[in-house]
Design a protein around this ligand. Structure first.
Ligand SMILES: Cc1ncc(COP(=O)(O)O)c(C=O)c1O
Length: 477
């Protein structure tokens, strides 16, 4: 039986029996079975259309015909490893180099973002002769053992922090220690990195690298203050370490203004290593690590071959080239700026209307909406965020939440996301928030006006909310 004709419940049952429960589903209470994708839309087994605001891997759109065609045509001719001469790999390296500062001129091809970051760690250690890594709090850099160790997002729930890993505060000017009212948050947060380095050095540790997403996305769509990364790079390099920019979620024009998110720091800012993944292959498993001649030479000097069975194969490179072509011909970077600005503006209008929206931030099609329970403490509205996302799903809009408080709505749709799509999402968001507020207000009205004589007001509020299938007693919109 074809997979798409199997009933959803049967698929779910098979999945539960055959796959580890560590492989989580979106919307576990009522998972969605998706059998087709096109552009910014996904379709379930009943043919229902969902607007995809989550998938930053299907960068130029699900199943983009140009990308599919490129893979197909190359598959018909040849797919083999990179030990033979082939034009695709050199053409692709050449095209990527045209997007990067000229110092980043050596390319390694791999299959996943995790592999790219793991190789970056190896190169940094080889080049510097040091072992230690500085990372930002709540960061995620991949699922390999080496990367779980440098991902506070994961290791905080596991065995804890390794002695060679040092964590600096997230440069979050909305929720972190230095906020929008601080005179120089970039310097203040960069000084935190400096302190982290000094205290590591006092223990005799030596820094090989600083790893960060150029815009921390896993940590909740954070926009670091301008100048922060340049100052961090100075501190890291002074300690003998390298600066690794993880562009796995945020590269390839997503941020609109620039092709790479690290370019927000200005033309003079050049990381020592840039890692790419996800969007690079529009769903096909490709990844890349770019670095300088000097760093690469130190790695070559070991005399040990770098071999990756699938990395840089002709099909993957054909796909990568096609993604770059589509970005250019459909002017998707400029499109991300236009649609992103529109979405940002309309979400900001919602912030004025709905007190649960504490902050709206972003650039291009990288946008975060920070939901709060109260304005003073900015307490994360975790349950409300979950409720909102489940209501959006009922309305055929797929959106995810992230951040340490699981309260930040993350917009990172395929780059073909349109102004109409943005308008539609904002309208639904507005409806749902209004409805949530209405529910809470009616509970309050009930509490004030009609307390049954022997019932405590709080009990009424809880009773009413328990009747509701979604709102919990923690809801405080
Ligand atoms: C910022 C970042 N770095 C690295 C990775 C790892 O990439 P992959 O899952 O392709 O191994 C991810 C994946 O979510 C990521 O978000």
């Amino acid at each position: 039986m074809a997979a798409d004709t199997r009933a959803k419940a049967v698929t779910l049952d098979l999945r539960r029996r055959l796959l580890s429960s560590s492989c989580r589903l979106f919307f576990p209470e009522d998972p969605v079975k998706i059998i087709r994708g096109q552009g910014q839309y996904l379709y379930d087994e009943q043919g229902r259309e969902y607007l995809d605001c989550i998938n930053n891997v299907a960068h130029v759109g699900h199943c983009h015909p140009t990308v599919v065609q490129a893979a197909h045509e190359q598959n018909l001719v040849l797919n083999t490893n990179s030990r033979y001469l082939h034009d695709n790999i050199v053409d692709y390296a050449q095209r990527l180099s045209e997007t990067l500062p000229e110092q980043l001129s050596v390319f390694y091809f791999l299959n996943s973002g995790s592999e790219a970051n793991d190789l970056a760690l190896r190169l940094a250690r080889q080049y510097t002769g040091h072992q230690d890594v500085v990372v930002l709090d709540h960061a995620y850099h991949g699922h390999l053992s080496s990367l779980i160790d440098i991902s506070p997002y994961k290791f905080r729930n596991l065995g804890g922090q390794k002695e060679w890993v040092h964590v600096a505060p997230l440069p979050d000017t909305y929720r972190g220690p230095y906020r929008e009212d601080h005179p120089n948050p970039a310097e203040a947060y960069a000084n935190e990195v400096k302190h982290v380095i000094s205290s590591a050095q006092q223990k005799g540790r030596k820094i090989a690298a600083f790893f960060a997403e150029s815009l921390p996305s896993v940590s909740g769509q954070i926009i670091p203050p301008a100048g922060y990364f340049s100052q961090v790079a100075e501190h890291i390099r002074r300690a003998g370490g390298l600066f690794v920019a993880d562009e796995i979620q945020v590269g390839f024009g997503r941020i609109g203004k620039h092709f790479w998110a690290f370019q927000l720091e200005g033309e003079d800012f050049v990381p020592d290593i840039v890692t790419m993944g996800k969007s690079i292959g529009n769903g096909h498993p490709v990844a890349c690590m770019a670095t300088t001649q000097a760093v690469s030479r130190a790695f070559e000097a070991t005399g040990v071959e770098y071999f990756n069975t699938f990395g840089g194969n002709p099909v993957s490179c054909a796909v990568g080239l096609a993604v770059l072509d589509v970005l250019k011909t459909e002017q998707l970077q400029a499109h991300a700026t236009n649609v992103g600005s529109f979405l940002l503006e309309h979400l900001t209008q919602q912030k004025a209307k709905h007190p649960i929206i504490g902050d709206v931030r972003g650039t291009g099609l990288f946008i975060g909406v920070d939901l709060i329970k109260d304005e003073t403490l900015r307490t994360p509205a975790t349950e409300e965020a979950e409720y909102l996302v489940s209501r959006l799903k009922e309305n055929y809009i797929l959106l995810s939440i992230d951040g340490p408080g699981r309260n930040i709505l993350k917009f990172k749709p395929p780059m073909c996301f349109s102004v109409d799509n943005a308008q539609h999402v904002v309208a639904k968001l507005d409806d749902i928030l209004t409805d949530m507020e209405e529910k809470v207000r009616s509970c309050e009205t009930l509490r004030i006006k009609h307390p049954p004589e022997d019932t405590h007001p709080t009990q009424i509020l809880l009773t009413r909310q328990q009747d509701d299938t979604h709102l919990t007693d923690k809801t405080s919109v």
